[in-house]
Ligand binder design. Structure first.
Ligand code: ATP
Ligand code: MG
Length: 584
């Protein structure tokens, strides 16, 4: 490809709305272009890279025995009503209506559609197990689309579904996909880790997120360097502090003027924060009407934080059906008092008490009265909870739920997730097969997603420097860029063309920068675009000598044209499909 003919443009400046490297660089390097919030066009090099990533995914899915199909991106509301998710999914579901007034959604994921296909086609156990998958755009009307391809409203996803006779079959299918994902992300050049995850709006019992390490990621993960435990912090269990066998002292109400925070009250009463109870107040909404339907007060030890996912799981409501309460409104309804709320004295709200509090003695909590706290609060005697369960958020240094040693916390980008769905969808939507004894059984399902476009951005997050992207060879839009110093010089142009031809014949993908630009501009663009090999054809072209440089290394070397061609061909043979990384 001659760059003088290529439809593309690099930008000198970062786009105003971009704050993270992948967003800035993909736009500046001319790979993507913004159309509207969370909607992007892939320009020529961006589309090439995305296709390469797609190829890796397709190869690994096919090798795992999965069969590719392609369903409509649009799904009728009835299917989503069958599964119960039409309301449950919340405002992220992109609803549309046809001219006859019938409701549809743009698929954010396709469990319903695939279950529908299978419930209509599968009758006998002999047809099971199998995997179906597709690679298709998904639509989610994200609250805050941001970070370019990392959180967009239209994004490319590979979604796969497994259909088994029983749980043992599902375990095998899950493992097959888990292994395929490990190979896919390895070949894509990512530094990642599978971590135990919450099952979220998809539902089901068991799940892992594949998380690419990155400071800009929105997944909080905790892991234990000692025992290997790794989980999202949403999911990670929290071992309760050991119960105390202190004697219960008499309850006392104390005047604590102006002490609205845990720090202030602990300071004022000279108590350690572990001896206090922290209150968090929420309002909940009806799944269907989205109208307010109640209040929740959640209590944890003063030095802890509430984990919102654990809280919504405890309440059995979707994530979008809860929000922080307006204190004035909640105060009138429940008797809470902003800054002085405790579990004693509340009414007309659901009280959720963290599982560790009942074992902790003589605690201090708000008295539901301005400027007052109780001390010596004890569970059972002075307060109770409607729900008592683990709602704590795990943080750096807290004890590992498996081995008790301090855990580490880090951030990552969720690039894929695998779920054991079990019979959630087959039961709600009626997908059965007849077993050996002609008895009807529910199909047991798993689902497996990869955010393809998000993965592309994650690769950029892990592979760039201040000058631009440094693509791993397997996902680079082109392998080699031949920079011609003076395109008007016939010898230089001839040598460059001949080299490009030779490389192309050997399966190497070549860009020839023959633009009438200054060399500095060309080098900058080559770096920005992240092409793995740069071969510069300049003043020594006549002698058959060129400059050879890898984007990922500093050194340049002068090589004969033959040597340069050999080196590039060898590099692409070795690294071209990323498989060499599997052996590392
Ligand atoms: P998140 O927690 O980041 O919102 P999710 O858990 O809702 O993601 P899944 O339903 O598991 O996402 O979707 C499968 C994959 O699709 C995710 O692992 C992720 O890589 C990708 N993905 C999800 N939402 C987006 C988005 N808005 N933009 C780009 N990719 C996305
Ligand atoms: Mg997910």
């Amino acid at each position: 490809m001659k760059m003088s003919k290529m439809y593309f443009r690099t930008l000198r400046d970062d786009p105003a709305d971009a704050v993270i490297p992948s967003h800035k660089l993909l736009i500046r390097a001319g790979f993507i272009r913004k159309e509207a919030a969370g909607l992007y066009a892939y320009m020529q090099p961006g589309w090439r890279s995305l296709r390469k990533l797609t190829r890796i995914i397709r190869e690994e899915m096919d090798a795992s025995g999965a069969q590719e199909i392609n369903v409509s991106a649009i799904a009728p509301a009835e299917l989503w009503e069958d599964s119960g998710r039409w309301n449950q999914y919340g405002p992220e579901l992109w609803r549309i209506r046809d001219r006859h007034g019938r409701d549809f959604c743009l698929g954010p994921t396709h469990e319903e559609t695939f279950t529908d296909i299978v419930r209509n086609d599968v009758s006998s156990y002999k047809q099971l197990p199998f995997f179906l998958y597709q690679i298709q755009n998904k639509y989610r009307d994200e609250d805050r689309p941001r970070f370019g391809l990392l959180r967009s409203r239209e994004f490319l996803m590979k979604d796969c579904y497994s259909f088994d006779r029983d749980e043992e079959g599902l375990d095998r299918s899950y493992q097959i996909m888990y292994d395929a994902y490990t190979r896919i992300f390895t070949r894509a050049g990512l530094d990642f880790r599978p971590v135990e995850a919450d099952t979220g709006a998809i539902g089901g019992s068991n799940s892992h997120e594949f998380t690419a390490f990155s400071e800009v990621g929105e997944s909080d993960i905790v892991y234990c360097p000692d025992c290997g435990m790794a989980a999202t912090s949403e999911r990670a269990a929290f071992a309760d502090a050991p119960a105390q066998d202190e004697e219960e002292r008499p309850l006392e109400k104390k005047l604590t003027p102006g002490t609205k925070t845990i720090d202030e009250v602990a300071d004022f009463l000279k108590l350690p924060k572990e001896k206090t109870i922290k209150a968090l107040l929420f309002v909940t909404y009806d799944e269907e009407t989205l109208e307010e339907n109640g209040y929740v007060a959640a209590f944890v030890r003063g030095d802890r934080d509430v984990n919102m996912i654990k809280l919504v799981n405890a309440l059995h409501i979707p994530e979008h059906c809860i929000d922080f309460a307006d204190e004035a409104a909640m105060s009138a309804a429940t008797g809470c008092v902003g800054g002085f709320t405790g579990p004693k004295g509340l009414h007309d709200c659901t009280i959720v008490v963290d599982s560790e509090l009942p074992g902790q003695k003589n605690l201090c909590a708000g008295a539901c009265e301005t400027d007052h706290h109780y001390i010596n609060m004890n569970y059972g005697r002075d307060y109770t909870g409607d729900i008592v369960t683990d709602i704590k958020l795990l943080r750096e240094g807290d004890p590992c739920p498996v081995c008790g040693r301090p855990i580490r916390q880090t951030r990552g980008i969720e690039v894929g997730q695998v779920f054991k769905l079990g019979t959630k969808y087959s039961a709600s939507m009626g997908a059965y097969y007849a077993d050996e004894n002609q008895k009807n059984q529910l199909v047991v399902m798993g689902c497996y997603g990869i955010g393809v476009s998000r993965t592309l951005a994650a690769i950029v997050e892990q592979h760039h420097d201040e000058n631009g992207i440094i693509w791993p060879v397997a996902v680079a839009p082109y392998h080699v860029i031949i920079t011609v110093m003076k395109p008007k010089d016939e010898v230089q142009m001839e040598k460059a063309d001949a080299l490009a031809e030779e490389l192309t014949r050997a399966g190497v993908e070549v860009l020839v920068d023959d633009r009438a630009e200054r060399p500095g501009v060309k080098f900058k663009d080559a770096d920005l675009m992240g092409i793995p090999v740069r071969i510069t054809v300049g003043r020594r072209a006549g002698e058959g000598v060129v400059e050879y440089k890898l984007r990922r290394e500093e050194e340049k070397e002068e090589l004969t044209i033959e040597q340069a061609a050999r080196a590039a061909i060898d590099l692409v043979r070795k690294e071209g499909d990323g498989r060499y990384l599997l052996e590392k």
